[in-house]
Design a protein around this ligand. Structure first.
Ligand code: PLP
Length: 404
């Protein structure tokens, strides 16, 4: 029989957060091992329940959710999103500027598929949330990575961004608060990026899915609220702040000079229609989520579980010789560095695989986030302090064998 291969358009598409190491973790679990999983930002398995009122809204509305709905999403859900952004305030956002999706993931892919032609370039942070790179590649575009500077609290390097702009550059992705680094960008920094986008007519793709997960004195600024004359597409959803990742519900909001982008917006509408409509039941959660009690604050303020876990994880990681971590100001992750003078790591995927088989702890290697060197890894700060402590202790023990 002739071999059946994946399509050529997938040959350079990578999404290693759920790659071969996760498959090995599943195999170990099937053999009966307990694996401490610090690999995926999925709040609910770690005891972070979605607000009861949004669950009840979905249950109550199930009978109305049987048929297909509007391709762009339920009117009431879009209206709630519109009002949320009007308060930011992102100016000039109408109901038609909002698209609901089956998670931000679907919308990222749609946003790239509708825009890119072969050779078009999108600037993406390194490290990144790798779906952005994968979506650009899948859409026959070219991901061009700009460097985020660990010495500057992981702030993107503006000179590097400027130096990578070519006539083919169509847009720039900002992930703020950032996955995996936890950086939160200041207003002054965002204004600089806006200026670059203005000069080079770039679209800003603002992934703000962690906008409510902030620590200490961090303040989140939506880039779309800081300019009216640059096309900004802002992404957000229910997966993180509302702990409802399995609902698969997200949205994108288009702001700025839309009259210059009619063709692109038509393309987005066409892709929205081709998937018929976003899943109906979970859309009934959006209005209550955005308008209801923001229980996420109880988790991030002093005494909150997320804050406590971030603090403890950071402290334990920084106590390991040769391991250092910039304290995240937002999101759900640490992205620590392994001093290459101390640890001989040539292949960081192999390292996390060795950690998994030897200690039954699952992390994700830094190169999975398009970080160019095998000297970082990502930890999710969602597990209870006891599990985080156990996992980090096992990691420290494992690392001692990698010392050169
Ligand atoms: N964007 C970022 C930065 C993320 O970290 C994630 C999920 O981890 C997503 C988008 C995808 O979110 P969703 O569950 O809405 O598809």
């Amino acid at each position: 029989m002739q071999e059946i291969n994946k399509s050529l358009k997938l040959s350079n598409v990578c999404y290693d957060i759920r790659g071969p190491v996760l498959a090995e973790a599943k195999r170990l679990e099937e053999e009966g091992h307990r694996v401490l999983k610090l690999n995926i930002g999925n709040p609910s398995p770690f005891g972070f329940d979605a607000p009861e009122e949004i669950i009840q809204d979905v249950i109550r509305n199930l009978p109305q959710a049987q048929g297909y709905g509007d391709a762009k999403g339920l009117f009431a859900a879009r209206k709630a999103v519109m009002q949320y952004y009007q308060q930011k305030p992102i100016n000039n956002v109408n109901i038609d500027d909002i698209l609901i999706g089956n998670g931000v993931s679907e919308l990222i892919v749609m946003a790239m598929q509708a825009l890119l032609n072969t050779h078009d370039e999108i600037l993406i942070p390194a490290p990144d949330y790798p779906l952005w790179t994968a979506a650009v590649t899948l859409s026959s575009g070219k991901p061009v990575h700009y460097v985020c500077d660990e010495q500057q609290d992981w702030l993107p390097d503006l000179d590097d961004i400027r130096s990578k702009i070519t006539p083919q550059t169509r847009g720039i992705v900002l992930i703020n608060p950032n996955n995996p680094t936890g950086a939160v960008y200041s207003k002054a920094f965002l204004l600089e990026v806006i200026e670059i986008a203005r000069q080079h007519q770039l679209i800003i793709f603002a992934d703000e899915i962690y906008d409510k997960i902030l620590y200490d004195d961090a303040v989140h600024h939506s880039v779309g609220a800081l300019c009216d004359d640059v096309l900004v597409i802002t992404f957000n959803g229910l997966s993180k702040a509302y702990r409802a990742a399995g609902f698969r519900s997200g949205w994108m909001v288009i702001s700025g000079p839309k009259h210059h982008a009619r063709g692109y917006l038509e393309g987005l509408d066409m892709l929205a229609s081709m998937r018929l409509c976003p899943s109906m039941p979970s859309q009934y959660a959006i209005q209550t989520a955005l308008g209801g009690y923001q229980s996420i604050n109880d988790l991030i303020l002093p005494g909150g579980r997320l804050l406590e876990q971030r603090d403890r994880a950071c402290e334990l990681i920084n106590a390991i010789p040769g391991v250092s971590c910039v304290k995240p100001k937002g999101a759900l992750y640490l992205f620590p560095r392994l001093d290459p003078k101390r640890y001989r790591i040539q292949d960081d995927e192999q390292m996390v695989l060795d950690l998994l088989t030897q200690e039954k702890v699952l992390l994700v290697q830094g190169t999975a986030f398009n970080w160019p060197y095998p000297d970082h890894f990502r930890i999710v700060t969602l597990p209870y302090v006891e599990d985080l402590t156990a996992a980090i202790e096992k990691f420290a023990h494992f690392l001692s064998r990698y010392e050169q």
